[in-house]
Design a protein around this ligand. Structure first.
Ligand SMILES: Nc1ncnc2c1ncn2[C@@H]1O[C@H](COP(=O)(O)OP(=O)(O)OP(=O)(O)O)[C@@H](O)[C@H]1O
Ligand SMILES: [Mg+2]
Length: 272
C-alpha cells in the first residue's frame, strides 16, 4: 500500500514495553513488548494460563504491572488510568449481559450510566449495527450465545471508544456465531477502531488479525503478519493431494451459510 510509510510513522495506539507481572512467586509476564497500529486488529495467542487475560487487565487499568510501561493512545496506563479508561472498552471472557432485561434495555441502561443524551436512540443505533433490531424487545435470556456476545460487544461500544479489548470473544460459540462475531470485529476495524483480541483459536487469528503475536512463557516469542509467521517455517513442498473439505466446511454448508445470510440481512430484506 502507498500509505505504508505514513502508517509506520503514526504513533502506536497501544505500546507495551517490558511489562512484567507476578502473582506471589509465579512470574506470569517476564518482559512483554509489542505495539499495535491504530485501526488494526492485533491478535494475542497463547495457551491456557499464558497470561493473556493478565495483560489485557493491565492494559485496561484493572491491574497494575510490576515493571515496564504501557501506553494506550499515548497515555500511560499506570500514571493516568482514568484517561485511559475514557479511550477503551473491554469485553471480558464472560458475557456481562443482564439476562432479565431485553437487549434494548441492556443498552439503554449502559447509555444512561454513561450520561449520554439520548439513550433510546443510542440503543436503537447499536441494535441496528449488530443485527439485533428484531430481537431488541426480547429478554436477553432468550438469546443464543452469538446474539448475547454481539449484545455484549455492542454494550462495550456505547461511547465509540477508539480502542477495544476483546478477551476470547468467541470461546464457546458455534461456528456460525463465531463468523457473526468475526464480521462485527472486521466492521469495527474497518471503521477505524483499534482491536486487540486474545484467542486460543488459530483460525480466528488467521481470519481476523493484521498482526499476530504469540505469548509463551511470559514473553512474546513471535510477532508478525500471517504471511511473515508462515515464512518462519521451511517453504512447503508442492504435492498433489485431493483437497478434502474440513469438518467446518461441511458444517457450514449444511447448516451455516443459509441461516447466516438471513441473520446478516435482518429485516431489511423482507420484500424480496
Ligand atoms: N489474581 C490472580 N492471582 C493469582 N494468580 C493469578 C491471578 N490471575 C491470574 N493468575 C495466574 O496467572 C497465570 C496467567 O493467567 P491468565 O488468566 O492471564 O491466563 P490466560 O492466558 O488468559 O489463560 P486462558 O487462556 O485460560 O484464559 C495463570 O497461571 C493464573 O493462574
Ligand atoms: Mg484468559
Amino acid at each position: 500500500m502507498t500509505t505504508a510509510t505514513a502508517k509506520t510513522a503514526a504513533p502506536p495506539a497501544i505500546l507495551v514495553q517490558g511489562i512484567e507481572k507476578s502473582f506471589k512467586d509465579v512470574q506470569v509476564l517476564r518482559g512483554v513488548d509489542f505495539e499495535v497500529t491504530p485501526g488494526s486488529i492485533f491478535a494475542l495467542l497463547g495457551s491456557n494460563g499464558a497470561g493473556k487475560t493478565t495483560l489485557v487487565r493491565i492494559l485496561s487499568t484493572l491491574l497494575t504491572a510490576d515493571g515496564g510501561t504501557a501506553t494506550v493512545e499515548g497515555i500511560d496506563v499506570a500514571a493516568d488510568p482514568q484517561r485511559v479508561r475514557e479511550s477503551i472498552s473491554l469485553t471480558g471472557q464472560f458475557a456481562a449481559v443482564d439476562e432479565v432485561l431485553t437487549g434494548r434495555e441492556n443498552l439503554v441502561l449502559v447509555a444512561k450510566l454513561r450520561h449520554l443524551k439520548n439513550p433510546g436512540a443510542v440503543a436503537d443505533d447499536l441494535l441496528a449495527r449488530f443485527n439485533l433490531t428484531d430481537a431488541g424487545a426480547r429478554r436477553a435470556a432468550t438469546y443464543s450465545g452469538g446474539m448475547r456476545r454481539r449484545l455484549d460487544i455492542a454494550m462495550s461500544l456505547i461511547d465509540n471508544p477508539p480502542i477495544i479489548f476483546l478477551d476470547e470473544p468467541t470461546t464457546g460459540l458455534d461456528p456460525q456465531a463465531r463468523i457473526e462475531v468475526w464480521q462485527t470485529v472486521k466492521h469495527l476495524a474497518a471503521g477505524g477502531t483499534t482491536v486487540l483480541l486474545t484467542t486460543q483459536y488459530l483460525d480466528e487469528a488467521e481470519q481476523l488479525a493484521d498482526r499476530i503475536a504469540i505469548l509463551h512463557q511470559g514473553r512474546i516469542i513471535v510477532n508478525g503478519s500471517l504471511t511473515e509467521l508462515k515464512q518462519l517455517l521451511p517453504p512447503a513442498e508442492v504435492e498433489y493431494v485431493e483437497k478434502q473439505p474440513t469438518l467446518e466446511d461441511v458444517f457450514l454448508t449444511l447448516v451455516g451459510d443459509h441461516d447466516a445470510d438471513n441473520t446478516a440481512r435482518g429485516s431489511a430484506d423482507t420484500d424480496k
